[in-house]
Design a protein around this ligand. Structure first.
Ligand code: NBP
Length: 476
């Protein structure tokens, strides 16, 4: 029988996705540029389901039922274009090419446009969960036409992670919507990880707690509001001992965080759309800063650590403060991420349902967390929520944590412990809730040096003051 779906690109991700599909009863056509990968997949896992391997791309395409659904799981960028270009002449009208790699959503928009001119569907699908997720159930964020989802929906929803009987997959919106949402997901992941790292640093450097002790703290936190995959694996990583040295694993790892670029994409696009995703931006810059080894060495030599007294007066109280500050900062990071999705949806005309995004991130993906249920509820209750921060549940949580948040940020500043994500999230919260901002002064300065005009609180219209001529004010 012809295959129901095909996968080309059988490195870690494609291989596991193909196995997941086969395990769910789909007949899966297989192809990889280097045929040995296809052969080893069939040799090692051929008994998990029905695979139809082909060495030539033409045979692979011919082995599929129509309309064809072909998952491309190759290195993002040039390789994806190369594979798509090879596929297009072999396909027929109505066929669907699905890019499950980490493409930039702008590339996905371009490819979707190009393939639609050939009568083909191009679906950019964000897939999160790493290699384990791909095999056991990822979170899937497919974009592309509604028509393509009629065929793909049942397949993707059956192989996705399931939470309370609901699949972690939904049609996100047209063209690049899926890859856009995956990009923001990764940005939130950056913020989440930075916040966790700052909480660890506060307990480690502030209280002098050992990694194994802090692992216990995170394990405890994982039984409350903070329950999430990242908190869980933080406990695992902190509890881990390096086999070679017997030291805590975290102490033998070079402290320079790397990135593949999705955080940067998120921040770049947020700058273009004018969405203040400060938590994600700080997290991305914190990784860059960690890599500036020469500057760090020079500054470390030039400046001493401030002497801090009384930091650990009441370790338990401080630990509770850190937990609450972490939660409040996390709420800010998600509020900003959901703002970003809303802005992208408006700008590119996607009509993305934010509550549905919270739903499909509950399982499979890296940021899966208990509190995503609360986000979905918040949008169910009020679809036009101005910001997640004012949804009753989150407003109460932030209100409850705000004193702790201030104490932690103040203590960190006194002790010289950098908490860019904690601090900037608090500043964001304070800026949002203040009735009046010093932006008024900025407008005054802009009008002074550049005649950029300003608006007034008491009258409609646009004004300019003639600063050099006795401060004459007139409507611009
Ligand atoms: P890689 O990103 O390492 O890509 C390797 C695959 O691309 C191989 O199948 C390779 O074929 C194929 N390929 C390349 Br490279 N250039 C090609 C070309 N010009 N023509 C045809 N095939 C080409 O694989 P991966 O780690 O499995 O990731 C796949 C995608 O999934 C990426 O976009 C990645 O960003 C994304 N992703 C990865 C993760 C993760 O945890 N790793 C998570 C989520 C998403 P070959 O065997 O012949 O060299």
């Amino acid at each position: 029988a012809p295959a129901q779906i095909g996968v080309t690109g059988l490195a870690v991700m494609g291989r596991n996705l193909a196995r997941n599909l086969a395990r769910h009863g789909f007949t899966v056509a297989l192809h990889n540029r280097t045929h040995a990968r296809t052969e080893s997949l069939v040799a090692e896992h051929g008994d998990e389901g029905t695979f139809v391997p082909s060495e030539r791309l033409e045979d692979f395409v011919a082995s599929l039922e129509r309309p064809r659904a072909i998952i491309v799981m190759v290195k993002a960028g040039g390789p994806t274009d190369a594979v798509v270009d090879e596929l297009v002449p072999l396909l027929d009208e109505g066929d669907i090419v699905i890019d499950c790699g980490n493409a930039h959503f702008a590339d996905t928009r371009r490819r979707e446009q190009a393939l639609s001119e050939h009568g083909l569907h191009f679906v950019g699908a964000g897939v999160s969960g790493g290699e384990v997720g791909a095999l056991e159930g990822p979170s899937i964020m497919p974009g592309g036409s509604a028509q393509s989802y009629e065929k793909l929906g049942p397949i993707f929803e059956s192989i996705a992670a399931q939470v309370d009987g609901t699949p972690c997959c939904v049609h996100v919106g047209p063209d690049g919507a899926g890859h856009f949402v995956k990009m923001v997901h990764n940005g939130i992941e950056y913020a989440d990880m930075q916040l966790i790292a700052e909480a660890y640093d506060l307990l480690r450097s502030g209280l002098g707690a050992a990694p194994a002790q802090i692992a216990d703290t995170f394990r405890e936190w994982n039984s409350g509001d903070l329950e999430s995959f990242l908190i869980e694996i933080t406990a695992d990583v902190l509890a881990h001992t390096d086999a070679a040295t017997g030291e805590a694993f975290v102490d033998v790892v070079l402290d320079q965080a790397e990135q593949k670029g999705t955080g940067r994409w998120t921040v770049q696009n947020a700058l273009e759309l004018g969405v203040p995703i400060t938590g994600i931006a700080e997290a991305t810059f914190a990784r860059s800063l960690s890599g500036h080894a020469e500057q760090r060495a020079a500054a470390a030599q030039a400046f001493a650590t401030p002497a801090e007294e009384g930091f650990a007066d009441d370790p338990q109280a401080f630990t509770d403060d850190v937990r609450k500050a972490l939660y409040a900062s996390k709420v800010v990071a998600y509020a900003q991420g959901f703002d970003h999705i809303a802005a992208g949806s408006d700008e590119y005309g996607w009509d993305v349902d934010p509550g549905a995004m919270a739903t499909i991130w509950r399982g499979g993906c890296i940021i899966r967390a208990k509190f995503l249920d609360r986000i979905r509820e918040a949008y169910d209750d009020q679809p036009d929520l101005p910001t997640l921060l004012v949804a009753p549940y989150f407003a109460a949580a932030v209100q409850d944590g705000v004193d702790s948040w201030r104490r932690v940020v103040a203590a960190a500043a006194r002790a010289g412990i950098p908490t860019p994500a904690f601090s900037s999230s608090l500043a964001y919260f304070d800026a949002l809730r203040r009735p009046r901002l010093p932006a008024a002064l900025i407008q005054g300065l802009r009008d002074n040096f550049g005649a950029h005009t300003y608006r007034r609180v008491d009258r409609d219209g646009t004004f300019h003051t003639e600063w050099s001529q006795d401060l004459v004010e007139h409507e611009a």
